[in-house]
Write a protein that binds this ligand. Structure first.
Ligand SMILES: C[S@@+](CC[C@H](N)C(=O)[O-])C[C@H]1O[C@@H](n2cnc3c(N)ncnc32)[C@H](O)[C@@H]1O
Length: 447
């Protein structure tokens, strides 16, 4: 545990102090929870990690509601160096409203955290605000909850409104905690048999329309999943599980997983076709460590390389593939706005800006065009994103099809609207995340 020196005494950072620091860095420095939480977890006791996660993810999920409450209770906004005190108020309020932490503990812990965070002068303010909230909760909440709140930034809601008639359902689904989905490795056992195995361990699960997927009634630690370490199952969202099934990898195929890290889809490709030659590529060296770990757990082999998918001529020699030969199949799980996985990463709502979308669309187009050149005639490219925005999805593919005479759009098995360009999954409370797929075939003769 990290200690903070305050005068002569050394004070251990409490879970609430760490939570406030994390929230400050998300909101004011644009850092993500998935980058911050692994960094700070050594600062607290292992048993407090679930509470830290609950507070940090929870605050990001409901931030506008908490901010409104603070505006009602605090006359002057806490800016600049005092922002950490504002974050402590968020931490305190979140616990009072959304957790079973006893009210006195939530208040006391927030008040005490002022010392380690060097804002002791705010001790009485934090105490007074949280206690006033407890006294006036009913009236405050009646006002704050008078109108339905999206809990999303306005620009994003506008994008959803423009694209979906059921945008309210999407917004509601984004604001809920997602279910935990498993992908059963059919090399080890059938989905039905693994469901029975789970039941023997008192873990309740449900089947879905994806043949390899099981939804758990309650999330569990992976260490409690039978044979997890031996690669019998992988934690992966229901809709993400369609990638490898739609790609239809075959043994002996040369397959590129172009944006592979952390490797959830790479391992699925190899489960489907253990004798395929898979190249798993990602531009972020640090993220490739997880690809190696996942392959090792599944006892699979792939060629893992750190490179930029937009410049294949720079790395094709490295993997001993002649430019002229090309890949049989390419999975392009493109870098995207991640607006389809907000329920898993609620900080995206505050990290992502409207101005980020156009450069992402441009990057996706660049990678897609560059990789298309490296696909064999008759080869298949599956374009996927975890985005809900048409610019990154159907409009991206529509433009590509217009510009690429030897690209043909293939129908997806669950696609009922045959005129649609690809298929857009939207998030739903007991279903999967927001995901988009378009399957393209390279025709031999230019159309
Ligand atoms: C949606 S994530 C991939 C998730 C992964 N396919 C899985 O299922 O586990 C997108 C990935 O694209 C990578 N990426 C971004 N730009 C890239 C580029 N120019 N070349 C290769 N990878 C890139 C990011 O580092 C990130 O790991």
């Amino acid at each position: 545990m990290k200690k903070v020196k305050t005068g002569k005494k050394t004070t251990a950072l409490s879970t609430r102090a760490v939570a406030a620091q994390v929230i400050l860095q998300v909101l004011d420095q644009g850092k993500s929870l998935s980058a911050l939480l692994p960094e700070v977890q050594t600062q607290i006791k292992a048993q407090d990690l679930p509470l830290l996660q609950e507070i940090c993810f929870g605050i990001c999920r409901v931030l506008p509601r908490l901010e409104q409450i603070i505006r009602k209770l605090v006359d002057k906004s806490l800016k600049g160096k005092t922002r950490i005190a504002h974050c402590l108020l968020l931490v305190g309020l979140y616990q009072l409203l959304y957790t079973r932490v006893p009210a006195h503990a939530a208040v006391d812990e927030a008040v005490n955290a002022t010392k380690a965070l060097k804002v002791e002068s705010f001790r009485s303010l934090i105490n007074a605000v949280l206690r006033r909230f407890l006294r006036e909760q009913e009236t405050v909440l009646a006002e704050v909850d008078k109108h339905w709140q999206t809990l999303h930034p306005e620009w994003l809601v506008n994008q959803f409104k423009a694209a979906y008639s059921n945008w309210r359902e999407i917004v509601e689904a984004n604001n809920q905690k997602p279910p935990m989905w498993l992908r059963v490795n059919q090399r080890h056992c059938t989905t039905e048999n693994y469901q029975q195995l789970l039941a023997q361990h008192d873990i309740e699960s449900f089947k879905a329309d994806n043949p390899q997927a099981l939804r758990l009634a309650q999330a569990v630690a992976v260490s409690n999943l039978p044979n997890f370490d031996s690669g019998w199952v992988t934690v992966q969202d229901l809709h993400a599980q369609w990638s490898a099934l739609l790609l239809e990898p075959q043994d002996n195929d040369l397959i590129l997983d172009a944006c592979a890290a952390p490797g959830g889809k790479t391992t699925h490709i190899l489960e489907c076709a253990p004798n395929a030659r898979v190249v798993a590529l990602d531009v972020e060296e640090s993220r490739l460590k997880r690809v190696h770990e996942n392959l090792a757990r599944m006892k699979q082999t792939a060629q893992v390389i750190c490179a930029d998918a937009a410049h294949p001529d720079d790395w094709l020699k490295q993997i001993n593939v002649e430019s002229a030969v090309g890949f049989d199949r390419i999975l392009l799980d493109a870098p995207c706005s991640a607006t389809g996985v907000i329920r898993r990463h609620p900080d995206i709502k505050w990290l992502r800006q409207e101005a980020d979308i156009a450069p992402l669309v441009e990057l996706q187009a660049k990678i897609l065009t560059a990789l298309w050149e490296k696909l064999k005639p008759n080869g298949v490219l599956l374009y996927a994103t975890c985005s809900l925005l048409p610019y990154e999805n159907s409009l991206q593919i529509q433009r590509f099809l217009q510009q690429t005479p030897n690209a043909e759009l293939m129908l997806l098995p669950f696609q009922t609207d045959k005129s649609a360009v690809g298929f857009q999954f939207v998030p739903s409370p007991l279903g999967g995340d927001g995901f988009y797929y378009a399957k393209l075939r390279k025709t031999e003769i230019l159309k």
